[in-house]
Design a protein around this ligand. Sequence first.
Ligand SMILES: [Zn+2]
Length: 171
Amino acid sequence: MADYRLIRSARRTLSLEVTPEGEVIVRAPQRLSAADIQRFVTSKRGWIAKHLEKPRRLMPEATPLEEAALKDRAREMLPALVARYAGQLQVTPRYVKITSAKKRFGSCNGKGGLCFSWRLMRYPLPAIEYVVAHEVAHLKQLNHSPAFYRVLASLMPDHRQRAQMLKNTPA
Ligand SMILES: [Zn+2]
Protein backbone atom coordinates (compact mmCIF):
# COMPACT_ATOMS: atom_id res chain seq x y z
CA MET A 1 0.00 0.00 0.00
CA ALA A 2 1.37 3.39 -0.99
CA ASP A 3 2.00 6.01 1.69
CA TYR A 4 -0.41 8.87 1.74
CA ARG A 5 -0.65 12.30 3.20
CA LEU A 6 -3.74 12.98 5.29
CA ILE A 7 -5.25 16.45 5.29
CA ARG A 8 -8.14 16.98 7.67
CA SER A 9 -10.44 19.94 7.22
CA ALA A 10 -14.00 21.13 7.70
CA ARG A 11 -15.14 19.11 4.67
CA ARG A 12 -17.88 16.45 4.87
CA THR A 13 -16.60 13.80 2.53
CA LEU A 14 -13.42 11.89 1.82
CA SER A 15 -11.45 12.55 -1.33
CA LEU A 16 -8.38 11.15 -2.93
CA GLU A 17 -5.79 12.74 -5.17
CA VAL A 18 -2.58 11.54 -6.81
CA THR A 19 -0.34 14.53 -7.53
CA PRO A 20 1.83 14.78 -10.64
CA GLU A 21 4.73 14.13 -8.29
CA GLY A 22 3.25 10.76 -7.43
CA GLU A 23 2.07 11.71 -3.98
CA VAL A 24 -1.23 10.33 -2.67
CA ILE A 25 -3.29 12.87 -0.75
CA VAL A 26 -6.38 11.94 1.24
CA ARG A 27 -8.68 14.71 2.39
CA ALA A 28 -10.94 13.86 5.29
CA PRO A 29 -13.46 15.44 7.66
CA GLN A 30 -12.00 16.63 10.95
CA ARG A 31 -13.51 13.91 13.14
CA LEU A 32 -13.52 10.84 10.92
CA SER A 33 -11.74 7.91 12.59
CA ALA A 34 -8.38 6.62 11.39
CA ALA A 35 -9.99 3.21 10.81
CA ASP A 36 -12.64 4.70 8.51
CA ILE A 37 -9.98 6.59 6.58
CA GLN A 38 -7.84 3.47 6.25
CA ARG A 39 -10.88 1.52 5.02
CA PHE A 40 -11.54 4.17 2.39
CA VAL A 41 -7.92 4.16 1.21
CA THR A 42 -7.88 0.37 1.08
CA SER A 43 -11.06 0.33 -1.00
CA LYS A 44 -9.38 2.70 -3.49
CA ARG A 45 -6.19 0.67 -3.79
CA GLY A 46 -6.79 -0.19 -7.44
CA TRP A 47 -7.52 3.42 -8.38
CA ILE A 48 -4.39 4.65 -6.59
CA ALA A 49 -2.18 2.04 -8.23
CA LYS A 50 -3.56 2.95 -11.66
CA HIS A 51 -2.90 6.66 -11.16
CA LEU A 52 0.59 6.09 -9.79
CA GLU A 53 1.46 3.95 -12.79
CA LYS A 54 0.00 6.27 -15.38
CA PRO A 55 2.81 8.77 -15.98
CA ARG A 56 5.31 5.97 -16.49
CA ARG A 57 3.10 3.94 -18.79
CA LEU A 58 2.34 6.93 -21.01
CA MET A 59 5.97 7.95 -21.30
CA PRO A 60 7.74 6.13 -24.13
CA GLU A 61 11.49 6.67 -24.29
CA ALA A 62 12.55 9.71 -26.29
CA THR A 63 15.14 9.19 -29.00
CA PRO A 64 18.56 10.75 -28.26
CA LEU A 65 17.75 13.52 -30.73
CA GLU A 66 14.39 14.26 -29.11
CA GLU A 67 16.02 14.15 -25.70
CA ALA A 68 18.63 16.74 -26.68
CA ALA A 69 15.95 19.05 -28.08
CA LEU A 70 13.76 18.69 -24.98
CA LYS A 71 16.73 19.41 -22.69
CA ASP A 72 17.51 22.56 -24.66
CA ARG A 73 13.93 23.70 -24.40
CA ALA A 74 13.85 22.90 -20.67
CA ARG A 75 17.00 24.98 -20.04
CA GLU A 76 15.53 27.89 -21.98
CA MET A 77 12.01 27.85 -20.64
CA LEU A 78 12.01 26.54 -17.07
CA PRO A 79 14.35 29.03 -15.35
CA ALA A 80 12.32 31.87 -16.90
CA LEU A 81 9.05 30.38 -15.63
CA VAL A 82 10.60 29.84 -12.19
CA ALA A 83 11.71 33.49 -12.14
CA ARG A 84 8.20 34.64 -13.04
CA TYR A 85 6.44 32.73 -10.24
CA ALA A 86 9.25 33.25 -7.70
CA GLY A 87 8.99 36.99 -8.38
CA GLN A 88 5.26 36.91 -7.66
CA LEU A 89 5.87 35.16 -4.32
CA GLN A 90 9.03 37.15 -3.59
CA VAL A 91 11.10 34.04 -3.02
CA THR A 92 14.42 33.01 -4.58
CA PRO A 93 15.32 29.40 -5.30
CA ARG A 94 18.89 28.39 -4.45
CA TYR A 95 19.23 26.72 -7.83
CA VAL A 96 17.20 25.30 -10.72
CA LYS A 97 18.38 21.99 -12.10
CA ILE A 98 17.22 19.98 -15.11
CA THR A 99 17.14 16.24 -14.43
CA SER A 100 16.18 13.08 -16.29
CA ALA A 101 13.79 11.88 -13.59
CA LYS A 102 11.14 9.53 -14.94
CA LYS A 103 8.60 9.53 -12.15
CA ARG A 104 8.84 13.08 -10.85
CA PHE A 105 8.42 16.02 -13.18
CA GLY A 106 9.46 18.42 -10.49
CA SER A 107 10.72 18.52 -6.93
CA CYS A 108 11.75 20.98 -4.27
CA ASN A 109 14.18 20.19 -1.48
CA GLY A 110 14.66 21.66 1.97
CA LYS A 111 17.64 23.69 0.79
CA GLY A 112 15.46 25.62 -1.64
CA GLY A 113 16.70 23.86 -4.77
CA LEU A 114 14.23 23.10 -7.56
CA CYS A 115 14.59 20.20 -9.99
CA PHE A 116 12.61 19.61 -13.16
CA SER A 117 12.75 16.68 -15.52
CA TRP A 118 13.28 17.48 -19.20
CA ARG A 119 10.50 14.92 -19.80
CA LEU A 120 8.04 17.55 -18.59
CA MET A 121 8.68 19.44 -21.83
CA ARG A 122 6.59 16.88 -23.72
CA TYR A 123 3.47 18.25 -22.07
CA PRO A 124 1.27 21.21 -23.02
CA LEU A 125 2.38 24.61 -21.72
CA PRO A 126 -0.41 24.97 -19.11
CA ALA A 127 0.73 21.67 -17.56
CA ILE A 128 4.39 22.75 -17.61
CA GLU A 129 3.45 26.04 -15.94
CA TYR A 130 1.50 24.09 -13.34
CA VAL A 131 4.49 21.96 -12.32
CA VAL A 132 6.73 25.03 -12.10
CA ALA A 133 4.19 27.00 -10.03
CA HIS A 134 3.69 23.96 -7.77
CA GLU A 135 7.41 23.63 -7.03
CA VAL A 136 7.91 27.38 -6.58
CA ALA A 137 4.99 27.39 -4.12
CA HIS A 138 6.94 24.79 -2.11
CA LEU A 139 9.58 27.45 -1.47
CA LYS A 140 6.94 29.00 0.80
CA GLN A 141 5.38 25.79 2.09
CA LEU A 142 7.37 22.57 1.85
CA ASN A 143 4.29 20.35 2.26
CA HIS A 144 0.83 19.86 0.78
CA SER A 145 -1.08 21.58 3.56
CA PRO A 146 -4.08 23.83 2.94
CA ALA A 147 -1.63 26.74 3.34
CA PHE A 148 0.43 25.35 0.45
CA TYR A 149 -2.64 25.14 -1.77
CA ARG A 150 -3.54 28.73 -0.88
CA VAL A 151 -0.10 29.85 -2.06
CA LEU A 152 -0.44 27.79 -5.23
CA ALA A 153 -3.94 29.17 -5.90
CA SER A 154 -2.60 32.71 -5.54
CA LEU A 155 -0.20 31.98 -8.41
CA MET A 156 -2.61 29.89 -10.42
CA PRO A 157 -6.33 29.88 -9.64
CA ASP A 158 -6.95 27.01 -12.08
CA HIS A 159 -4.20 24.76 -10.76
CA ARG A 160 -6.54 21.80 -10.24
CA GLN A 161 -7.64 21.72 -13.89
CA ARG A 162 -4.01 21.99 -14.96
CA ALA A 163 -2.97 19.13 -12.68
CA GLN A 164 -5.74 17.09 -14.26
CA MET A 165 -4.47 17.98 -17.72
CA LEU A 166 -1.01 16.77 -16.79
CA LYS A 167 -2.47 13.46 -15.67
CA ASN A 168 -4.63 13.04 -18.75
CA THR A 169 -2.19 13.97 -21.50
CA PRO A 170 -0.37 11.10 -23.12
CA ALA A 171 3.24 12.08 -23.75
ZN1 LIG B 1 4.31 19.10 -4.19
